[in-house]
Design a protein around this ligand. Structure first.
Ligand code: COA
Length: 283
């Protein structure tokens, strides 16, 4: 069956929304990004007999680092090879941009997606777990000792963390995992997302920002440190959540250290998402 692949256009919006409504019981995040993606390179539509039956996105995270996301096929047209063909075409187009890193993530229960990913030649990079706290406590604790480290110190601390060793240098923001480079940390510092503990010698690091899909809620990209550091971070996170009226705090953790820091914040394994598999394309 012939699938034509072309760049997305603003006029695709309604059809994209229709497909998203039929995906994951209407919980798809793609509608939040349509307006941005349609103005970026890498948003591809698959057409069969003149009708959009699926789409996918290759996003440039920074410099030569690319991320594949948002692959969807209308349930009515699934299991006919469209998802595979669309993915191969997006892969070919993205490789044409000469990425140094090309990655993606999927849930371990998504066997259709895993079939396609492995067939394309992606290799498992690491796996992680999503945590969530949906009843945010209203009792912020003490926040003494917090500091605002500069990017160099924050990046050095992060580089020594158990979490980054397990995640092979990647840090998450909702379903996107990117290289925790000095430039990335500098950008996070500029956004006000980075906190330290201890002024002379850094004893802990917290990176917290608005959730990518629910901007009123909080997403923790990194938390690690000594017990007093974790106590102060807890106070800060709860206070920030209360001030913003956040309904949830979320994050992904791969190492025992970050998992136990999440547990201290009252976060638990996400009830529906199992392991999240992050893949890397051998460049
Ligand atoms: C993932 C998705 C894009 C695949 O689209 P598709 O057009 O059905 O894909 P294909 O027809 O190319 O099938 C891909 C493989 O999955 C297999 N597959 C299809 N449906 C399956 C199912 N329900 N369970 C297990 N395997 C399945 C196919 O047999 C095929 O493998 P094969 O070629 O070895 O037989 C589509 O299922 C989808 O939109 N899912 C919801 C969104 C999603 O999960 N996106 C990926 C998130 S990262």
């Amino acid at each position: 069956m012939d699938l034509t692949v072309r760049r997305a256009r603003p006029g695709d919006r309604q059809r994209v929304l229709d497909i998203c409504r039929k995906t994951w019981n209407g919980w798809d995040y793609v509608p939040l990004f349509f307006d941005r993606w349609v103005n970026e390179p890498g948003f591809w539509m698959g057409e069969y007999r003149g009708k959009v039956v699926g789409f996918g996105k290759a996003t440039r995270l920074s410099g030569e680092e690319w991320w594949l996301e948002g692959l969807r096929v209308d349930p009515k047209y699934r299991s006919r090879g469209f998802g595979t063909r669309l993915s191969f075409r997006i892969l070919r187009e993205t490789l044409g941009a000469r990425p140094a890193f090309l990655r993606l993530a999927t849930a371990d229960v998504n066997s259709e997606s895993i079939r396609i990913i492995e067939r394309m030649g992606f290799r498992p990079h690491f796996s992680t777990s999503y945590y969530v706290c949906e009843s945010v406590s209203n009792e912020p604790g003490p926040t003494r000792g917090l500091s605002r480290p500069d990017a160099r110190r924050a990046h050095e601390f992060l580089g020594r963390s158990e979490e980054l060793a397990v995640s092979r240098g990647l840090m998450s923001w909702t379903w996107v995992f990117c290289n925790a480079t000095r430039d990335h940390v500098r950008e996070l510092c500029r956004m006000g997302a980075v906190y330290g503990y201890g002024r002379k010698r850094l004893q802990g690091l917290l990176i917290v920002r608005p959730h990518r899909y629910f901007p009123g809620d909080l997403y923790i990209s990194h938390i690690s440190g000594t017990r007093p550091a974790l106590r102060a971070f807890r106070g800060l996170v709860l206070r920030t959540a209360a001030e913003r009226g956040s309904e949830s705090i979320r994050g992904a953790a791969s190492s025992p250290a970050m998992k136990s820091a999440f547990a201290e914040l009252g976060m638990e394994l996400h009830p529906r998402i199992g392991r999240v598999l992050v893949y890397d394309f051998p460049i």
